[in-house]
Design a protein around this ligand. Structure first.
Ligand SMILES: Nc1ncnc2c1ncn2[C@@H]1O[C@H](COP(=O)(O)OP(=O)(O)O)[C@@H](O)[C@H]1O
Ligand SMILES: [Mg+2]
Length: 241
């Protein structure tokens, strides 16, 4: 297992935002975490990335506890956050180099990795463009490429295709498909078509709790629904808990 989540909980005063989440994700798996707005997806990802501390519970990332061995756990992962964070006045290449250097690569190694990522993400023709001049789709590609600069075992993608046009979204899917199997991916999205195309397994959260877990086929079968959208609607209905 690459990710073993056990009773992970986040509470703000009376409000339990993530409620005893337990789930395992295998090495190389592409896992989609679904749920309506405010279901607790981003909070879960932030806890797994060490950006928020859990109120209770723990998770092991490639064997390292996010509570007891935070520094070691953090080395296993990288994230392209919900709010894309690229340096606007640096070029595409400079953004990638900067990430490589932050993660301790030599200049030569950082350049090598940056070139490889630009190739993979179709960014080579834009390598000298400042990040602020990129379209939303390209900015997001850069953000994911930056996360890959640390050679993570686990990659978290929080709503990577939000607000993208159809073509930009399809282009990113192609790239993510290429990453499949090389790195364990945890993705959140509201685009269910994306999930059907990419995800090995799906978890649906509702009000902080994991409602269901399985392949798209399994979930359709268990709920006797023909589409993932119908599965989703049934499991996230008000009063569904
Ligand atoms: N710092 C905070 N203090 C209080 N409540 C918060 C805080 N951060 C998030 N929440 C609440 O936690 C819930 C889950 O948020 P979030 O994890 O962002 O959901 P999602 O990513 O599924 O849309 C929301 O109701 C949100 O308002
Ligand atoms: Mg979110």
């Amino acid at each position: 297992m690459t990710i073993e989540i056990d009773g992970l909980t986040k509470q703000y005063k009376e409000h339990v935002v993530v409620d005893q989440l337990s789930l395992n994700i295998k090495m190389g798996e592409f896992f989609a975490l679904l749920g309506q707005n405010a279901a607790g997806k981003t909070t879960t990802i932030k806890m797994l990335c060490g950006l928020l501390s859990p109120t209770a519970g723990d998770a092991l990332l490639d064997g390292e506890s996010i509570v007891h061995h935070q520094v070691a756990a953090k080395k296993k992962l990288n994230i392209s956050p919900q709010e894309t964070a690229v340096a606007p006045n640096l070029t595409v290449f400079e953004n990638l180099l900067l990430m490589g250097r932050i993660y301790g690569c030599s200049k030569t190694e950082a350049k090598k990795r940056a070139s490889a990522q630009m190739n993979l993400f179709g960014l080579t023709p834009r390598q000298s463009n400042k990040a602020k001049t990129l379209s939303g789709g390209y900015k997001r590609r850069l953000s994911v490429a930056m996360a890959m600069m640390s050679n993570p075992k686990i990659l978290f993608l929080d709503e990577p295709t939000l607000g993208m046009d159809v073509r930009a979204r399809r282009d990113l899917w192609k790239i993510l498909n290429q990453l499949k199997g090389q790195v364990t991916i945890v993705l959140t999205t509201h685009y269910l078509e994306e999930v059907e195309m990419l995800a090995d397994r799906v978890g649906i959260m509702h009000r902080g709790r994991l409602r269901t877990l399985g392949t798209v086929q399994q979930l359709k079968h268990e709920t006797k629904k023909n589409s993932l959208e119908d599965v989703f609607l049934e499991l996230t209905e008000e009063g569904a808990l």
